[in-house]
Design a protein around this ligand. Structure first.
Ligand SMILES: Nc1ncnc2c1ncn2[C@@H]1O[C@H](COP(=O)(O)OP(=O)(O)O)[C@@H](O)[C@H]1O
Ligand SMILES: [Mg+2]
Length: 232
């Protein structure tokens, strides 16, 4: 019998995941065609594949931003596929961080307020979350810029705000969809370094969509998608 310490702990298990867009139309799009994959706690995984191969669709399903056509999504041993919308929302706010390619910051809110959004959405009072927000601002290297609006920040800084917002709730898993696609190479490097240090220092699990082959060096594993199936 294996000792407890030798047992691999999976944070996310995906079983037979399908997503068909416009299923009742004359031309349904079979974007995911039966994905089976497991992610270990603390893994930094790159998800690669050509444009249209289903990378964003995969991320949307496992991050509970969309509803799969078929299949199971098991988080930390719990099958979340059968949760109703309200339960899914709560689970997402508590357990999942998501970083968008275009940062998705609110332009009228300053840096501190943008990062506070997940706490505000949960109805937490500012005095309770203020320290966590300041800690996370430090972690991503944006101290002193708390009052800046997104328009007063560089692209790389904006993406680091979006990373901070995604991790302020201490999510079990962090998803990032081409987080460096709109950045110059220096800003890309600093964003990737930030992600890498989250994995290293906090055991954060990160699944990152990328089309940059060189990102391969900093991740633990690379998965390839082709036409809605996993290739490797
Ligand atoms: N909302 C949608 N409605 C219909 N088809 C979609 C939608 N989103 C994506 N698709 C299609 O699903 C396939 C996979 O897309 P996507 O997941 O965005 O690929 P990737 O992120 O790898 O570029 C593509 O054929 C795309 O056109
Ligand atoms: Mg995409």
């Amino acid at each position: 019998m294996k000792k407890e310490s030798e047992k691999i702990e999976y944070i996310l298990e995906v079983e037979n995941l399908h997503k068909t867009y416009n299923p009742d139309s004359i031309s349904p799009v079979l974007a995911l065609k039966g994905i089976n994959i497991k992610f270990e706690k603390g893994e930094f995984v790159a998800l690669m594949g050509r444009s249209g191969s289903g990378k964003s669709t995969f991320l949307h399903q496992v991050a509970l931003l969309d509803t799969p056509t078929k299949g199971n999504i098991i988080f930390d041993g719990k099958n979340i596929s059968d949760l109703d919308d309200e339960e899914k929302n709560k689970f997402r706010l508590d357990s999942i961080g998501y970083i968008f390619q275009d940062y998705a910051l609110l332009p009228e809110l300053n840096l501190f307020e943008n990062i506070s959004l997940p706490m505000m959405a949960k109805g937490v009072e500012e005095e309770e979350y203020k320290k966590d927000v300041l800690d996370v601002i430090k972690k991503v290297g944006l101290e002193g810029l708390e009052n800046n609006l997104p328009s007063e920040l560089s692209g790389g800084q904006q993406q680091r705000v979006s990373i901070a917002r995604a991790i302020v709730n201490k999510p079990k898993i962090l998803f990032a969809d081409e987080p460096t696609a709109n950045l110059d190479s220096e800003s890309s490097k600093s964003v990737l370094d930030t992600m890498r240090s989250l994995v290293k220092d906090y055991g954060q699990t990160v699944i990152m969509v990328t089309h940059e082959q060189e990102d391969d060096d900093i991740v633990d594993r690379t998965i390839w998608l082709k036409d809605g199936v996993i290739e490797n």
